[in-house]
Design a protein around this ligand. Structure first.
Ligand code: ADP
Ligand code: MG
Length: 544
């Protein structure tokens, strides 16, 4: 079926063949969700690396604070007894431990008294230096710092980060009593222990962890994207494509296919709704086709009726012009024939009974009578005046006619069966004319069955109301090429002297004058049916 040109062009355009479907729903979903996944996992990897870094820094802060405390406690005794060599040794020992950046002890005035880096000893540092800044940021230096404030991170000499912590050495009663310095009792702070630990290793671990996290996240995301693509293809792209293919098939007119329903989700429901729509469309199309067929049939029937009516009109026209001709001829022949018959009869009366002439004269009288009968029929055929109509029961007319012919020789081997509908309405007609019509049809039927046969006469009511009288015989039938000519005057297939070819044309004229029609149906070798249709008397009354 080709698409209806009245419909709008197809809404669903197929993607160009051979190109990747970058505009497809599955592709866009995968790319969009994949991008979100990559972003989310990158942020998660970064946050996790940061969290790990913070934990490691917390750990190193507490261990630096602990080391500063250890230095302070380890040097307390030697400093109390002013054993600077031992103090120096302790500072060196701790400062050379792996990962240690420096160990220093500052005096109150900012001079480095001990250091794991010997070249620093004796150097006085600026009080705004990063080690001193926490306490000396304000005019009156702080004497106490909380643990977190005591630790700091800065870039060391080797550009690696260093976590350092200070611990304040307070004046104790033992200090002012012992040693050579004897600090005044009101001096609260004697100095500061400063310990630095390299963060190089921790920074490396943080970097490795960050890269590892990122790589793992990326690998996981790629895997998730693949899985996502597969799921999107299975649950979205494939069913949607199959829906699309179905829609294209339906728009091409193939309504007999349905889509497979593979899931109960929205796509499945869409397939169910689509299948239902296809079924509805199919039913609508079948209904339309049925209507079209019925319409075609009706048009065919009406065309046939029109053709029959047209043929009848043509025949009527032809017969009426032939009727005028026949009337003229009959009229002209009538007077000479009457003269011939009169004189022949007179001559016959004057001729002796056993003379040879008498036989010839008798032949002339007989043949002239035959000619007169034909001329009477011709005049009957061309008669213009209307019939003498009276209401007649056609059953009785039929009965009379059948009784008339039954005893004739040509009806000896013919069975006549008359069926009349019990409620047959009466017909307004000229009884003797109708008798003549029925007689013609019965004689024709009998002559078509020289070996015998049957004639079924049937009278029924038809809508209108009209009366149908059918004469169906089992005779030789009429060849199709003769069917259009049998109502013509003088058309006969019978030998000369047997048929005049006027029976049917006269009958046609009579029926027509009664406002009816006469039709024929025939199959060669099977039989012929003549159907006369006349208006019922009630219908004519109603028309008046
Ligand atoms: P006729 O009977 O004198 O020949 P009709 O007008 O009565 O003239 O009939 C014309 C022709 O129609 C007949 O010669 C015959 O060929 C044909 N015909 C009429 N009725 C029948 C019939 N019942 N069966 C076969 N042919 C018929
Ligand atoms: Mg006849």
């Amino acid at each position: 079926m080709t698409p209806d040109p009245a419909l709008p062009p197809a809404v669903v355009a197929a993607p160009p063949a051979g190109r990747p479907h970058f505009a497809s729903l599955g592709w866009r979903l995968t790319v969009l969700l994949g991008s979100c996944l990559i972003l989310a996992s990158a942020v998660a990897a970064w946050l996790s690396a940061r969290h790990l870094g913070n934990r490691l820094l917390d750990q190193s802060r507490s261990s630096v604070l602990r080391i500063a405390d250890v230095v302070k406690r380890s040097t307390r005794y030697t400093m109390l007894h002013n054993r600077s060599e031992d103090t120096n040794q302790t500072v060196q020992n701790i400062g050379q431990q792996p990962g240690m950046e420096h160990v220093r002890i500052f005096s109150k005035d900012g001079r480095i008294a001990y250091s794991s880096k010997p070249d620093e000893v004796g150097r006085k540092v600026d009080l705004s230096a990063e080690a001193c800044y926490q306490c000396h940021a304000v005019a009156q230096p702080l004497t106490h710092l909380d643990s977190p404030q005591r630790a700091r991170i800065f870039r060391g000499d080797s550009d690696a980060r260093v976590m350092a912590a200070i611990d304040v050495v307070y004046n104790e009663p033992g200090c002012s009593a012992a040693g050579c310095h004897r600090p005044p009792a009101e001096q609260k702070v004697l100095g500061v222990v400063d310990v630095g630990v390299s963060l190089k290793e921790i920074d490396q671990r943080i970097a490795v962890a960050g890269t590892g996290n990122l790589l793992f996240a990326l690998a996981g995301t790629v895997f998730a994207c693949g899985l996502l693509g597969l799921l999107v293809f299975t649950f979205v792209t494939r069913p949607v494509r199959s829906l699309l293919a179905g829609i294209r098939r339906v728009s091409a007119g193939h309504l007999d296919q349905s889509l497979p329903v593979t899931s109960a989700d929205e796509v499945g429901q869409l397939a169910v709704a689509f299948n239902q729509m296809t079924v509805d469309l199919r039913a609508a199309r079948n209904e339309l086709n049925a209507w079209a067929r019925t319409l075609e049939q009706q048009v065919e029937e009406k065309t046939k009726d029109l053709q029959v009516a047209q043929a009848q009109v043509i025949r009527a026209e032809k017969l009426s012009s032939l009727g005028i001709l026949a009337a003229g001829v009959a009229h002209e022949l009538n007077s000479p024939l009457t003269g011939i018959l009169t004189f022949a009869t007179l001559l016959l009366q004057d001729t002796p009974k056993d003379s040879r002439q008498r036989e010839d004269l008798q032949l002339i009288v007989n043949e002239t009578n035959r000619c007169a009968a034909i001329i009477r029929q011709l005049l009957e055929f061309s008669r213009d005046s209307g019939p003498q109509k009276r209401s007649h029961d056609l059953a009785q007319v039929l009965e009379r006619t059948v009784a008339l012919v039954e005893r004739q020789a040509k009806f000896h081997n013919v069975k006549i069966a008359v069926t009349v509908a019990p409620d047959l309405p009466s017909v307004s007609c000229d009884g003797s004319e109708m008798e003549q019509v029925f007689l013609n049809l019965l004689i024709n039927a009998a002559e078509a069955m020289p070996e015998g046969g049957s004639i079924a006469v049937r009278a029924v009511t038809a809508p209108g109301p009209r009366v149908l009288v059918e004469f169906a015989d089992t005779g030789v039938g009429i060849p199709p090429e003769n069917l259009g000519r049998i109502f013509d005057p003088f058309f006969t297939t019978k030998p000369v002297g047997k048929g005049t070819g006027l029976g049917l044309s006269v009958s046609h004229g009579i029926v027509r004058r009664h406002g009816g029609t006469i039709a024929v149906q025939s199959t060669v070798g099977k039989g012929t049916t003549f159907t006369i249709e006349l208006p019922a008397a009630v219908a004519q009354e109603a028309l008046r």
